[in-house]
Design a protein around this ligand. Structure first.
Ligand code: DCC
Length: 194
């Protein structure tokens, strides 16, 4: 069973997403936006270590390997972890629009159980934009990019200014992220589309 709530349905005057001219080239690995991000950071031993690749449109692909640390039921991935993987893949889309955005709403359909050691092949795309609202969806497949869908998600991301993090985050982490020697990661974390 699946369905999309009204709050995830773009209004009639929503527009098609436009890939930013300075977006990473198709096939380019996006890298982590923040070393300590649970979804993509290398500094989180039990994190998801998701690596997203830019697609040709306003879309990304990513792979996520379910580890023993990600279990809910014995031998099976925790649903919240799978939602996190979807959230992270969807979050990577903002880099193709060159905006900063956070998840406002995320709906997930769990279609198949996902055993430990499974590689989930994720694909996420922006479907519409309405002002600050970015409508997007993602799938997670097992057994390959054309395999059966195990997880499906739809989401609404909201564009924010960098002040969102400065005002709400802890100063020590914000400072550390702003002084990240990795210029690309710093730009990804803090660049606001002019
Ligand atoms: C340093 C690292 C950087 C890098 C950052 C990258 C991080 C990526 C990580 C993965 C993604 C995440 O997990 S992000 C973390 C999880 N998310 C969060 O923590 C967000 C917490 N929520 C908030 O801060 C806030 O609610 C916001 C920013 C989402 C919205 O607040 P706001 O800015 O005041 O905007 P607001 O006026 O309320 O809403 C704007 C429009 O969006 C609609 N809207 C708002 N929320 C919703 C909603 N849940 N469902 C439906 N619609 C909604 C409103 O109706 C309105 O529509 P209309 O009237 O205009 O039609």
């Amino acid at each position: 069973m699946s369905g999309t709530s009204a709050r995830l349905t773009p209004p009639a005057d929503a527009v098609k997403p436009v890939r930013h001219p300075d977006a990473p080239a198709p096939g380019e690995l996006l890298g982590s936006h923040y070393e300590h991000c649970f979804g993509c950071g290398g500094g989180q031993p039990h994190g998801l270590h998701l690596q997203a690749t830019a697609g040709e449109g306003v879309n990304v692909t990513a792979e996520f390997t379910v580890k023993p640390a990600h279990q809910g039921a014995p031998g099976l991935a925790h649903g919240g972890v799978l939602a996190t993987a979807m959230d992270e893949a969807l979050g990577a889309l903002s880099w193709l629009l060159r905006v900063i955005a956070v998840t406002g709403r995320l709906e997930t359909d769990y279609v198949l159980p996902v055993p430990v050691d499974t590689v989930l092949f994720l694909e996420a795309e922006v479907t519409a934009v309405h002002g600050r609202k970015i409508y997007c969806r993602a799938t997670g497949r097992t057994g390959g990019a054309e395999g059966p869908v195990a997880v499906r998600a739809e989401a609404l991301f909201i564009e924010v200014k960098v002040e969102h993090f400065i005002d709400n985050g802890r100063p020590e982490e914000i400072q550390a992220a702003m002084s990240d020697p990795d210029q690309i990661r710093r730009a990804r974390a803090f660049e606001v589309n002019p």
